[in-house]
Design a protein around this ligand. Structure first.
Ligand SMILES: NC(=O)c1ccc[n+]([C@@H]2O[C@H](COP(=O)([O-])OP(=O)(O)OC[C@H]3O[C@@H](n4cnc5c(N)ncnc54)[C@H](OP(=O)(O)O)[C@@H]3O)[C@@H](O)[C@H]2O)c1
Length: 384
């Protein structure tokens, strides 16, 4: 029996995850049909992608780009824009899976819309769970949608949890490669330039997540994500540096035994599993030649060296709107660092001051996230 072709809406198709998802679709054309694509600034690339995939709907971030896209693609493709356009992509019929590969807090609203509409949400946009974890669970319960993780660590945890009850786990561990600065002398960190930080030794990713990997904010956010994805208390989720970047997650079980997931670092595996629902060849991921590796090392994350990791945990412990505020401030700080307006070592102190100044409240509805986001951005900008 041949498996059904899945209808996919791909939000953020022009980014690093988006392009890798298109690669998966090219490898499995009989299994994947792209119904919607979306872009931010790379409108020309979106037009090329649409000419290749023939979607029903495309979304650009600026309304002023709509007419250019319309005339390039002709009448067969509907063109929408902005935040409302992303929601349309998330709710489009007949879509089975919404792959959210947007960067930033803008990803939360389309994620909630997809779950409310009963879709499977293949979730790369980590800001969705960081900023709105409890809202995501409520939307899934309300609309009948479900979340599938598209991140190597959370995909690895899902593999380890398959057929198990997450409550049996004493502790779950996600790993970090150590990021772009693992081998850079901390004495040089005061004068780091964006191009040095953007050179990640293991992963080729968008600029925001690459800077967040250098500060380890990314790993802190992933701890918060794991907490919501598997409904595990925060004190039972932790992270460790695994410099070979081959072990992506581990679970410590109640009987003292551990299980671990290993593979070569590649986002193709989580994307394929989310879109196809099974492990399939062909894949662009290289097979793991474990016997050639020799040794696997594990190193603790030093919170004095990486204060952002501790700040993410602190925001998670405070709960409510604190993680949304931290994320918004981090978006501002990373943008300022990339523009040469904030020194690398000033990122964490700025974020600490935003958390100190945040008037946190409970998360009852998306509006609570938007409000905290607005306030934190404004406070962060005033501190630059
Ligand atoms: N890359 C990875 O390996 C990886 C792994 C795990 C998780 N993630 C998570 O996945 C998400 C995407 O990461 P990425 O590395 O793929 O980021 P990226 O390369 O920066 O791509 C982000 C996507 O969002 C779009 N976008 C940006 N601003 C927008 C706006 N104002 N309106 C609409 N669309 C906008 C971009 O469009 P344009 O490019 O056209 O501007 C692009 O399509 C992030 O949450 C990240 O943390 C990434």
């Amino acid at each position: 029996m041949t498996a059904a072709r899945r209808n996919i809406s791909l939000l953020g198709s022009t980014g690093s995850i988006g392009e890798q998802a298109l690669e998966v679709a090219r490898l499995h054309p009989g299994r994947i049909r792209l119904r919607a694509l979306s872009a931010g600034r790379r409108v020309d690339r979106l037009i090329e992608q649409a000419a290749e995939c023939l979607p029903d709907l495309v979304c650009v971030s600026e309304r002023s780009d709509e007419s250019r896209v319309r005339s390039a693609l002709g009448a067969g493709v509907r063109v929408v824009s902005g935040a409302d356009g992303l929601i349309e992509c998330a709710r489009l019929d007949p879509v089975d899976i919404v792959l959210n590969a947007l960067v930033g807090a803008r990803g939360l609203a389309p994620s909630l819309a997809a779950l409310d509409a009963g879709r499977t949400l293949a979730l790369a946009n980590k800001e969705t769970l960081v900023t709105g974890g409890p809202l995501v669970a409520a939307a899934a319960a309300r609309g009948g949608g479900r979340v599938v993780a598209v991140d190597s660590e959370h995909w690895a945890l899902s593999e380890l949890m398959e057929g198990r009850d997450p409550r049996e786990a004493l502790k779950v561990w996600i790993t970090a490669s150590g990021g772009p600065l693992r081998l850079v002398d901390p004495a040089e960190w005061a004068s780091l330039r964006p191009e040095q930080v953007l050179r990640h030794p293991v992963w080729s990713m968008g600029p925001r997540i690459t800077v967040d990997s250098a500060t380890m904010m990314n790993k802190g956010f992933e701890v918060l994500e794991a907490r919501w994805l598997f409904d595990i208390p925060l004190d039972r989720v932790d992270a460790v540096i695994q410099p070979e970047a081959l072990v992506h997650a581990m679970v410590e079980w109640g009987d003292g035994s551990w299980t671990a997931q290993l593979s070569t670092p590649s986002m193709a595996l989580p994307i394929q599993k989310a879109l196809l629902g099974e492990r399939l060849q062909p894949t662009t991921a290289r097979p793991l030649a474990l016997l050639e590796i020799g040794a696997l090392r594990f190193e603790p994350i030093d919170s004095r060296k990486f204060p952002c990791f501790a700040l993410a945990r602190r925001a998670g412990e405070e709960g409510g709107t604190f993680p949304a505020a931290l994320n918004a401030a981090d978006e501002v700080a990373v943008e300022a660092f990339l523009a040469g307006r904030l020194a690398f070592l000033d990122i964490a102190p700025l974020l600490g001051r935003v958390l100190d100044g945040h008037d946190g409240r409970e998360l009852r509805e998306p509006g609570d996230v938007w409000e905290a986001d607005r306030e934190a951005r404004s406070l962060a900008r005033s501190l630059l």
